[in-house]
Design a protein around this ligand. Structure first.
Ligand code: NAD
Ligand code: AHE
Ligand code: ZN
Length: 369
């Protein structure tokens, strides 16, 4: 069959809207019609050439929602017409990682996913008979995609695609980082670095669990109003505070934050985030994805004195189990997604969505098919 897709033919080049050939689902795979997709900073990161796993040509996008059109042999948990969210972190419930209950990082298909192919080692996309690669096991910038069954969360049918697509990455990552990775508790203090599509969901998660103080740090003061709406209690612009940012934040939080979250992908910020946490128990959660070759540093003394550095992928969520619950939270009005979707575009204008992100004008742009 044919599918309309925004293809990244090379790093640093605008996406091109083309018609691709899409092979149908093989055993254990599912054909999905994507109805809507968000644009996450990680799509830009890979397009920029900074991702060591970035392979081209590929179809980017990993924050989508859609409908099952067809299922391959042996697929039991999904049927035609089901509404789904593709999962870049699958949940096979059988691998060592899934069975450990210690991580959400299912390993069943990670190796092939990182190479841009399906578990059988081939791509389902072709452009003029040349293969085009998948991305993060999702490729939601295509109207139709093929995804392994274990990488699909079945969701309720009354949930609007143009909102719940964001649960495919940003919402789950931000809220999950608070509740599943940090396991932050009521009354805690927290500092959130980067008030974009992820950071605002961290703030929303902190408000949900009843954090006492939520400090937001961003170089763009234009992010302040939205962050306040989502629960931020104090805003700090690092360009105004300068080199004294860490002591400033330690003082503001009464000796250091219980939790901090990096939502920038900047390794200098990651160090500041660790060092502004409280001696003895502070935890700093790295969410941001840093460029190839970048490394984090701190004095070991920071860890000797009890601070903990952690990272999180997809907020620690087990996708098939947790994503439908988060969709319920949205439908019950317990979380706000609508205000974070600041822009909507048709596929033909997807490159404008990347521009809006760069210019700091959007939180999330959603592309509708
Ligand atoms: P975004 O572009 O919407 O937001 C980034 C924010 O950081 C912006 O508001 C920007 O002004 C701010 N910022 C930039 N430099 C800063 C600095 N030095 N100090 C303070 N603020 C600064 O991006 P996003 O979609 O929110 O993604 C944020 C990061 O999270 C990216 O690195 C992305 O790749 C990563 N991410 C990780 C996961 C995961 O599972 N770990 C999931 C999604 C996104
Ligand atoms: N390919 C990158 C890794 C990027 C990365 O860490 N991705 C996150 C999700 S970001 C979503 O917006 C993730 O899930 N990581 C766990 C994993 O297995 O990739 C690189 O740097 O190599
Ligand atoms: Zn993402």
């Amino acid at each position: 069959m044919k599918t309309r897709a925004a293809v990244a033919f090379a790093a640093k080049k605008p996406l091109e809207i083309v018609e691709l050939d899409l092979e149908g689902p093989k055993a254990g795979e599912v054909l999905i019609e994507i109805k809507a997709t968000g644009i996450c900073h990680t799509d830009y990161y890979t397009l920029s050439g900074a991702d060591p796993e970035g392979l081209f040509p590929c179809v980017l996008g990993h924050e989508g929602a859609g409908v099952v059109v067809d299922v391959g042999a042996g697929v039991r948990s999904l049927k035609k017409g089901d509404h789904v969210i593709p999962l870049y972190t699958p949940e096979c419930r059988e691998c060592k990682s899934c069975l450990s209950r210690k991580t959400n990082l299912c390993t069943a298909i990670r190796a092939t996913q990182g190479k841009g192919v399906m578990p059988d080692g081939t791509s389902r996309f072709r452009c003029d008979s040349d293969p085009v690669l998948h991305y993060m096991g999702a490729s939601t910038f295509s109207n139709f995609i093929v995804v392994p069954e274990i990488a699909l969360a079945k969701i309720r049918e009354d949930a609007p695609f143009d909102k719940v697509c964001y649960i495919g990455c940003g919402v789950t990552t931000g809220i999950g980082a608070v509740i599943w990775t940090a396991k932050a508790e009521t009354g805690c203090t927290a500092v959130v670095f980067g008030l974009g599509g992820i950071g605002l969901n961290v703030i929303q998660g902190l408000r949900m669990i009843g954090a006492e103080q939520i400090v937001g740090v961003d170089v763009n003061p234009g992010k302040k109003a939205m962050a306040e709406k989502f629960g931020m209690t104090h805003f700090v612009n690092p360009t105004e505070v300068g080199a004294d940012l860490v002591p400033y934040l330690v003082n503001l939080t009464g000796g250091g934050a219980d939790y901090s979250f990096d939502c920038t992908g900047n390794v200098t910020v990651m160090r500041q985030a660790l060092e502004c946490t409280h001696r003895g128990w502070g935890q700093s959660i790295i969410i941001g994805v840093a460029p190839s070759g970048a490394e984090i540093a701190t004095r070991p003394f920071q860890l000797v004195t009890g601070r903990v550095w952690k990272g999180t992928a997809f907020g620690g969520a087990r996708g098939r189990t947790d994503v439908p619950r988060i969709v319920d939270w949205y439908m019950e009005g317990r979380i706000n997604i609508d205000d974070l979707i600041t822009h909507k575009l048709p596929l033909e204008r997807i490159n404008e969505g990347f521009d809006l992100m760069h210019e700091g004008k959007s939180i999330r742009t959603v592309v509708e098919f």
